[in-house]
Design a protein around this ligand. Structure first.
Ligand code: F6P
Length: 359
């Protein structure tokens, strides 16, 4: 029988920059301890489906290749918009898969949804799990930062910078829609860094007239262009979600609010030509930033350290400049973290003269 400890690692949910750095960190730290690392393919599917899909990862996978420097997931990921069997069935399959693969523990790199799913799979079973938070939405609870967020902010800021230049040339107001689902972290952090004129987030109500008043003030000041950042999760003025598609489980796929805003503003105000832009999935594949890579390496090492100390059912977190951990159950209880409307970012945006809604 193999006496080496065998650790599984998988990435789950929408991908983001920095996942490969996390995998690399886990492989390097676990290998140093003499453990064997199984890279599970396509999220939990690699464990629950038969034949199981995995590969043994060694330091060479990551030191002789550029993978840690790249976005995407080397292991593939599984998004929640896919039909699954009942929780009971999946829990059983997960436990059986973990046993058949001979895994002593599993590290799950995922967002709030994945932490929820996996902690359910592990309830009442002997499977040892550690979570590592990742998401460009930065809405995983308790931790201040999830891997992937800062890199996505950089993509958005680059886009704002580019749009500002063309807006200036054509005397236009350009709208840019960014992802984030129901949380405005990505929009607000990008708008502040890119010094947009308007930033609309799901957490703060807005009016079209408020946006128009801001555009009028810009015109009156002698400036001929503007940039408006909008989070995909904001609703129309009458409160409906703009979504043109549904995923395979019937949930709304967000996207389209920028065109709505463009039409509404243009129909009431014509001193600026308005155009809409949607950044889309390009936001998920930016160059992993130094911060995200550091987070990835620190989180990976911490996850392995926790397992070595005999701990499990925890998620590693970033709090007040330190890496720590909390119980997975606490993470699940906390749900999703939205943008705090009293945060320094929101305060600064307002003080800098940005229109951020009726606050
Ligand atoms: O949760 C991450 C995220 O990128 C959201 O910001 C976005 O709404 C969603 O995933 C897009 O999902 P999909 O890849 O299924 O289109």
């Amino acid at each position: 029988m193999n006496s080496k400890k065998r650790l599984g690692i998988l990435t789950s949910g929408g991908d983001c920059a920095g996942l490969n750095a996390v995998i690399s960190s886990v492989v390097k730290t676990a290998t140093q301890k003499g453990w064997e690392v199984y890279g599970i393919h396509n999220g939990t599917d690699g464990i629950t489906n038969k034949p199981h899909s995995f590969e043994i990862l060694t330091v060479q996978n990551f030191s002789d290749t550029p993978w840690p420097r790249l976005s995407g997931s080397y292991l593939g990921s599984l998004n929640k918009g896919v039909k699954m069997e009942s929780l009971e069935e999946m829990t059983k399959k997960f436990a059986v898969g973990v046993k058949e693969l001979g895994l002593d523990a599993v590290i799950v790199v995922g967002g709030d949804g994945s932490m929820n799913i996996v902690s359910n799979y592990c309830k009442g079973s002997l499977v040892r799990v550690i979570g590592i938070p990742k998401t460009m939405d930065n809405d995983t609870p308790i931790t201040e930062f999830s891997v992937g967020f800062q890199s996505a902010v950089q993509v958005c800021v680059n886009a704002i910078d580019s749009l500002e230049l063309t807006a200036r040339s054509h005397s236009r107001a350009l709208i840019v829609e960014v992802m984030g689902r129901d949380a405005g972290h990505l929009a607000m952090h990008s708008a502040v860094a890119g010094q947009a004129d308007v930033c609309l987030v799901p957490e703060i109500p807005y009016t079209i007239d408020g946006v128009i008043n801001k555009l009028k003030a810009i015109k009156a000041s002698g400036r001929n262009h503007a940039v408006i950042v909008v989070s995909e999760g904001i609703k129309t003025e009458s409160g409906s979600l703009v979504s043109t598609k549904k995923n395979m489980v019937g949930e709304a796929v967000y996207g389209g609010i920028s065109q709505y805003l463009c039409n509404e503003i243009s129909s009431r105000y014509n001193e600026f030509q308005i155009r809409s832009n949607t950044l889309g999935h390009i936001q998920r594949s930016g160059v992993p930033s130094a911060f995200d890579r550091n987070l990835a390496y620190l989180y990976g090492a911490k996850a392995v350290e926790l397992l070595e100390k005999g701990e499990d059912n925890k998620m590693v977190i970033w709090k007040n400049g330190h890496v720590d951990s909390v119980d997975l159950a606490e993470v699940v209880r906390a749900g999703t973290t939205l943008l705090n409307v009293n945060s320094d970012y929101v305060k600064a945006a307002k003080e800098l003269g940005m229109y951020i809604g009726e606050i």
